[in-house]
Design a protein around this ligand. Structure first.
Ligand code: CTP
Ligand code: MG
Length: 180
């Protein structure tokens, strides 16, 4: 049980960390360039910036590469069981998918009238994970060998709690304006 929990968190770190990198390094030009959608509301809003997206994806891949090396040092084999290029591609898919899901979530939030920064329970905590799964499943032949059914399910169950916990810490550290 504990092993499944730790394995799940370890495997999902390249999908979790992009959001943190986006919070830390984000800012500047919004992805939607300030434009409005046909409903008169912002396409995505000021919370989704180009810099946050780029640094987020790079940060997630960086985290994965770090994990790959740590595994080699500790003699454990998850990501390091696959060749380095395939692993980096998997990190990219988890990272990019995560931020794509984050952007998609904001698009939906704006359409249903939830303002930038306001919470949208379940959606805020899970869309990024679902898209990380979808991208990795669709494009990496190694996804299902590493992410067993139990890991995929455990990820869906533990992510909302983890996400809220980390955001609360980021809020207390003054990195985020709101605790969600
Ligand atoms: N951020 C960013 N670029 C991104 C994603 C996040 O710059 N692609 C930064 C923004 O400063 C954002 C913060 O990280 O305010 C927190 O991210 P998030 O909670 O996802 O955004 P919200 O501001 O809550 O906006 P939304 O309501 O659209 O989710
Ligand atoms: Mg938010």
């Amino acid at each position: 049980m504990l092993e499944l929990l730790l394995t799940t968190i370890w495997l999902l770190l390249p999908a979790y960390t992009p959001n943190n990198f986006a919070v830390i390094f984000g800012g500047g030009m919004p992805i939607d360039l300030g434009k409005k959608f046909i409903d008169g509301k912002r396409v995505l809003g000021d919370g989704k910036t180009i810099r946050g997206f780029v640094f987020g994806v790079v940060g997630g891949v960086f985290c994965g590469v770090l994990q790959y090396h740590i595994e080699a040092i500790l003699g454990i084999r998850y990501f390091s069981g696959i060749d380095v290029n395939s692993a980096i591609f998997l990190f990219f898919l988890l990272s990019f998918g995560s931020l794509f899901g984050d952007v998609f979530g904001s698009f939906i939030k704006r359409r249903v009238g939830i303002e930038r920064g306001k919470s949208f329970p379940v959606f805020d905590q899970l869309t990024f994970l679902l898209f990380a799964y979808i991208f990795a499943y669709a494009f990496s032949p190694y996804f299902l060998t590493l992410f067993t059914k139990n890991v995929i399910l455990a990820g869906i169950l533990i992510t909302p709690a983890l996400h809220l916990g980390v955001n609360y810490i980021a809020y207390k550290l003054g990195l985020k304006d709101v605790p969600w």
